[in-house]
Structure formats: structure tokens, C-alpha cells
Design a binder for this molecule. Structure first.
Ligand code: AMP
Length: 254
């Protein structure tokens, strides 16, 4: 049975109680519209822990574009069915005042890597991400928390935060789950129309192509993508593009 908990203090009470004593807890924070990418993280947690907690919370402070927030897909009933079927123990489903009793007056700021790649184009994004992740980790106090490599910069920043603030939670990553054409699964893909869905896998194909960055950019533009950035850092190539007004990100090891 999946128990749905909406209040932060109810969850804290529960995890301080008998049900959680001496048990390992795995936690997967999400913004819902669950797909096989989320499901892979959840299955890993179910295997590695006694108790698995998933959160669904569309965090407004990480959206720099109000339209993107407004249009973020909401498939809550379907999500709950998926969690029940997987036998996830708890779903934490808070609202704004449960997460931000301080009205976002207190924040976690990283001053270096968060200013690069996505951070350069989405001011305040990683401040919102790190703040909400810190709050959720403090509510759930998991033994392990699971993050996808699809959001590689986010994963690195969360790892860095866990280390910087001596968090007890072990941060565990999972490779990106893709369609068979190579498109990284993402909740935002639900907003792509048929033509956009057809061209979207070209993004991953070009990132993997080993072509020079300028060539990748010009081919993407020819295919109708608007390129935000394509950048190589160490042995990984990162990119963010738009199809219409839908933003896609991806990264591959090279
Ligand atoms: P989101 O709901 O988009 O905030 O994602 C919640 C978690 O699932 C994050 O740690 C993401 O990196 C991870 N995730 C999202 N899409 C994928 C994917 N295609 N493959 C692996 N992990 C993913």
C-alpha cells in the first residue's frame, strides 16, 4: 500500500516513529508526470532499501519561466497508480506552504558550477533546486537519495551540497533512460507535438556524433532546434535546446 502524506510535520512524526526504526530509507524526489526514467530510480531504491519514499512536488522556485511552470504536466492520478503498482511505501505530496513556511527567505546558494551550463540561462534555477532538495532531505532523512544523470549538472550540485553540509544521505545516480530512438525521457516530452517528437531524437544523435561543437549547433538549427548551449566539460558534452517553446536538455559521455 502506498500511503500519501501531504504535511511535512506528519512525515517527520512518522519517520521518528516505530515504523522507520532501524530501517534503511530510499528517497526519490520528483516533479511528477512519472515515466520510465523515474521508475528506474524507484526500482533501484526498492531493491536497495527497506522503505521507499517518492515525493511529487512541482517546485515553483526553480522555474525561471512562469509559463513553463504553468504548463508543467500534471498526471497525479496516473502517477499514484504507478507508485501503488510498484509497491512504493510512501508518497510525499506537499503544497507550497508545507515546503516554504519561510516563503523562500532562506536559500541554498552554490557560487561556482551552478553559474555554468543551465545556470547561465536559468537565473535562480539551481538555487531553487538545491533549496528544495535540502528541505526534502531534511523532512525525509533518507539513507539514500536517487538522482538521474539526465540532469547531470543537478546531480553534481546535489552531490556537492551533500558533501559541503555533511549530510548523512548517500547520493546515488542512475544512467539516463531513453526511447529506442535515443530521446532522453522527460516529463516535458508530453508537451511535444508529433512533428517535434519525430525530430527530437536528433538532439541526442548529434551530441553523440563527435562532430565539432559548431557543426553540431548548425545541424541542430537546420533541423529546427533553437540552440541554447552546447558545451564540452571534461569528458562530457552538455546541451540545451528548444523545440517550439519546449526546452530539452541532454548530456553524453565522450
Ligand atoms: P524530475 O521529475 O524531472 O524533477 O526528475 C526527478 C528525478 O528523475 C531527477 O533526479 C531526474 O534526473 C530523474 N530523471 C528524469 N528523467 C530521467 C531519465 N530519462 N533517466 C533517468 N533519470 C531521469
Amino acid at each position: 500500500m502506498t500511503r500519501v502524506i501531504k504535511k511535512s510535520k506528519d512525515f517527520i512524526k512518522l519517520r521518528n516513529g516505530k515504523l522507520f526504526s532501524d530501517k534503511s530509507v530510499g528517497f526519490i524526489p520528483t516533479m511528477g508526470a512519472l515515466h520510465q526514467g523515474h521508475i528506474a530510480l524507484i526500482k533501484k531504491s526498492l531493491k536497495q532499501n527497506d522503505i521507499t519514499v517518492v515525493s511529487i512536488y512541482v517546485n515553483p522556485t526553480q522555474f525561471n519561466n512562469p509559463d513553463d511552470f504553468k504548463k508543467y504536466p500534471d498526471t497525479f492520478n496516473q502517477d499514484l497508480q504507478i507508485l501503488k503498482k510498484l509497491k512504493v511505501d510512501y508518497l510525499l505530496h506537499p503544497n507550497y506552504s508545507e515546503i516554504y513556511p519561510d516563503n523562500y527567505n532562506y536559500r541554498i546558494i552554490e557560487t561556482d558550477f551552478s553559474k555554468k551550463l543551465c545556470g547561465k540561462f536559468r537565473p535562480g534555477h539551481f538555487e531553487g533546486v538545491l533549496t528544495v532538495v535540502m528541505k526534502l532531505l531534511n523532512i525525509v532523512k533518507p539513507s539514500r537519495a536517487y538522482f538521474g544523470e539526465k540532469d547531470y549538472q543537478q546531480l553534481q550540485l546535489v552531490r556537492g551540497m551533500a558533501k559541503a553540509f555533511f549530510l548523512d544521505t548517500k547520493i546515488i545516480s542512475h544512467p539516463t533512460i531513453r526511447t529506442k530512438e535515443g530521446l532522453a525521457l522527460s516529463s516535458r516530452n508530453l508537451r511535444l507535438n508529433k512533428e517535434q517528437l519525430k525530430v527530437a531524437p536528433e538532439f541526442n544523435r548529434l551530441l553523440k556524433s563527435r562532430l565539432p561543437i559548431n557543426e553540431i549547433k548548425s545541424q541542430l538549427k537546420k533541423l529546427g532546434f533553437k540552440v541554447e548551449y552546447i558545451e564540452k566539460i571534461n569528458n562530457r558534452i552538455f546541451g540545451a535546446v528548444y523545440l517550439g517553446n519546449i526546452r530539452l536538455i541532454d548530456n553524453v559521455k565522450i
